[in-house]
Design a protein around this ligand. Sequence first.
Ligand code: C5P
Length: 298
Amino acid sequence: MSVTVRVPAKVNVQLGVGAARPDGFHPLATVFLAVSLFDEVTATPAAALTVTCEGPDADQVPLDRTNLAARAAEVLAARAGIEPAVHLHIAKNIPVAGGMAGGSADGAAALLACDTLWGLDTPRTELLDLCAELGSDVPFSLLGGAALGTGRGELLTPVDAGSFHWVFAVADGGLSTPAVFRAFDRLTAGTTVPEPQPSPELLAALASGDPDRLAPALSNGLQAASLSLRPALADTFAAGTGAGALAALVSGSGPTTAFLVRDEEGAAKVAAALEASGTCRTTRTASGPVPGATVLRG
Ligand code: C5P
């Protein structure tokens, strides 16, 4: 018997970042959008907690207790007073260390898969609390759709969103999220960083479903920090917008770049141009919003 959960990647269509709090985290006003790039996590009873991973970038995924899927199984088992006797297999399609919450997605998926496998029926609000313990982006991976995130990103309010098409350019090598936040601190040192606020223009554009309206409203407060660590991303931006993308932005802390396009045809054209440009390792096309972590088989 095993349980498989499918879980989406995310892009932040707004990422407002404030000055670091005393605990080191940065206050956020962010709008998450779940997009149709998915990992699948399968939980199977086993003698002890083990993790395996398959997919094009599987060699970059840690299989020890630092993997958020393993930590999810541990925190859920501890809460239930049982052993985390489970094998977790991750079928990975979300770019690794790319700013698309791939690790967080696996954490949320493992939590739901183990909860189902062990018949715990943990209330949704408690699952969301456990997700927040695992990491700032993990609650959104469980929730999916489109949502405003405040606090350090873990406090969620669902928002309305039409459907949008995207191309993602996957860079060579990942970026560490803490390193990007540290670069943000360096770039903003000596300045007054305002409290981040949700953008009414962005929220209205998202609800309208009109990509021409969404394009100028997209923003990412970590983008300058991400570009300072990877200046070559500017070439990726130019390649995508030169091929007709309506807008380009770094996805989360990067280095994946997200290109908003009007439709599937536009997506294919921008993806082909990006691949031909040599400014990224590979591309993925996707649309969103899509649902959060979902049990497929169990
Ligand atoms: O919450 P999570 O473990 O995913 O965060 C990883 C790191 O990213 C944190 O240790 C912190 O350095 C940084 N971070 C931050 N502010 C946030 C979210 C993450 O500084 N709101």
